[in-house]
Design a protein around this ligand. Sequence first.
Ligand code: PCD
Length: 784
Amino acid sequence: MTVTETPMGFGRMHRKEDARFVRGQGNYVDDVNLPGMLHGSFLRSPYAHAKIVSIDTSAAEALPGVKAVITGAVLETLKLAWMPTLSYDTQAVLATDKVRFQNQEVAFVVAESHYIARDALELIEVEYEPLPVVADAKQALAPGAPVIRDDKEGKTDNHIFDWSAGDKEKTDRIFAESEVVVAEDILYPRVHPSPLETCGAVADFDKVSGKLTIYSTTQAPHAHRTVYALVAGLPEHKIRVISPDIGGGFGGKVGIYPGYVLAIVGSIVTGKPVKWMEDRNEHLTATAFARDYHMRGEIAATKDGRIRALRVDVLADHGAFNGTAQPTKFPAGFFHIFTGSYDLEAASCNVTGVYTNKAPGGVAYACSFRITEASYLVERMIDVLAFELKMDPAELRLKNLLKPEQFPYTTPTGWEYDSGDYPKALRLAMDMVGYEKLRVEQAEKLQRGEYMGIGISFFTEGVGAGPRKHMDILGLGMADGAELRVHPTGKAVLRLSVQTQGQGHETTFAQIVAEELGISPDDIDVVHGDTDNTPFGLGTYGSRSTPVSGAATAIVARKVRDRARIVASAMLEVSPDDLEWEKGKFFVKGDPDQAKTIQEIAMAAHSSLELPEGVEGHLDATTVYNPPNLTYPFGAYICVVDVDPATGQVKVRRFIAVDDCGVRINPMIVEGQVHGGLADGIGMALMQLMAFDEDGNHLGASLMDYLLPTSLECPSWELGETVTPSPHHPIGAKGVGESATVGSPAAVVNAVLDALKPLGVRHADMPLTPSNVWRAAQGRPIRT
Ligand code: PCD
């Protein structure tokens, strides 16, 4: 795709940040090297569950170059052994009483070099007393199961929460009277975000000024600063969190990890800056996982395929500490959006969260707070129903999709979808793939003993958390700020509270200002990821930057424009009402030659020109945006696969993705976001699983076992779009960052199962690896 000129607003434009990235000039946390900096490293537990009898650090401390060895006992004296999680639970910073998952942090060595620190770890003696392990969520609530969180007073089981949504009574009534009821057990396995860059931090505590500066891999610098202030009792204005370039986040960099805290403690203890940077093995085993939802879905319908109700029961594996990141009111995130894109009479769900001896986290991983699980569930259930009714899955969907005239639409579980034209998107995807013809080809192939599958999924997401009256994280409302400064020469600086991790905000947010003010995006600098230099806000995840900060940016630019109108009226000696705006300039109504450009106006605002009331001498403005609702992007995906039942090999031949994220700021970036998410979906559907044995040993602790999709597994994506603007968003945009990860796994799985349908296979769980596909084809699918 060639782009020849910079658009003065929305449109295709190369990413401004790429100039430094492609030259290897990004500045990541590991590139931060401060004078006198020391290095920290963790001793981690070999056991998934064990009592700590004793820890002897004397030999490690004696190793030349070692500056400090910090244990849980040391942290206890500082009241820092435990920290709050994003779900109001507590998490051990360093284990004190016992270890609760394999590779949990047990001790932290600070030394002159990373290598000395690693060597010293070998000299620490820990005596463990192994305890029975709960590795399987389904065993967590069994009578007599070992209690993982006995640190919590009075805790006698592994239960975390029960949460339900929808109208259970009405749903049950419809199920009782429905002609067809189908049930299926569906697992969304534990997976991991696995960005290119692992997690790390450099902490620098200045004893003289009392100021703590932390460079860290965080998607939410302001929220982290507040948590550090509350936990460590440090004054918030003396903490500066800098999130420099981030090599991908995908939700895994939302929470606070023990490593960040220990870099801080290490710096306070030694008086020197301390760097902590984990390796891939540590990242895969100890940072936030995603999913791990064991779901039982039931769908009620008429014989001719009108879907009436959905009922879901979920067992949610949250690992050893409940550290999921989502708005407080919703312990199962936004899972209750599981009615998806369909017009149902009723729905209800119950989610039970349990502790297991696995790493904590449960973050998004491109899921907008459990919408991936919800979307996968409903899209699989639709195909299961189609299987039973012997109906075409496209026809079944078209029959039940919400109609454009139903928007704004309130779902049976209380979401208000803002806008959509679903049938149009699905029909477009079907046209693009040549659906009818493909079905003919599929039938012909089957005659020849070749198994080809066509999988459809239709998703609706709710992104842009969120309205403050419903949504907060740790008591912090989910609004975001924006500040816009226009210099005398008409160049601008936009300061944002969201934090890009590769999405291209330095480009797209400049484009929003450009669209509103007619200043070239090249003349607008976007500042982010530094709490000292940006307004407060909750950060980037749940595809919220465009819905929340994108709105704030448009609004702050409009405030600047309002001030510019007043200045222009003084310059042109007419009333502000007599001016008309055309991108980049104000002119006198009926006399377009009498005009002042935004650059001229900016200079005048700073000059000796006498300014009217309300304009003190510049155009700068600031705002905070509290979204009235989420935005609801949607899409229709179709995947075509060839499956060899004899070897279990799956080849994704084609993938059509029609996305509707409202108005697109930069279509090229949107397409890039979709490409990435589709690849992610193929990874989850076909390759990825965080597996554990019954002793809680991690079985996929390297990228040799935990497989990431590459271009070899991906077809050449075929993208389409429809544009249904969000009616409540100032520029009509909806989020898109997670859409493809939400929508694609179901399309791939539905395609593989469509191929195996002639063999009588109705369902098999992800990941559909060759061995799992082979087993399914033999009539022995792996069940969970
Ligand atoms: N856009 C446009 N238009 C529209 C929308 C959007 O243009 N309509 C664009 C923007 O601006 C940006 C992007 O696109 O740039 C995205 O956006 P959004 O949707 O808003 O989102 P954000 O917030 O920004 O981001 C976030 C996301 C998420 S969430 C995830 S996972 C992932 C995604 O993002 N991650 C990542 N993507 C990505 N990419 C990259 N490169 N890297 C990363 O890391 Mo979570 O919750 O965290 O799990």
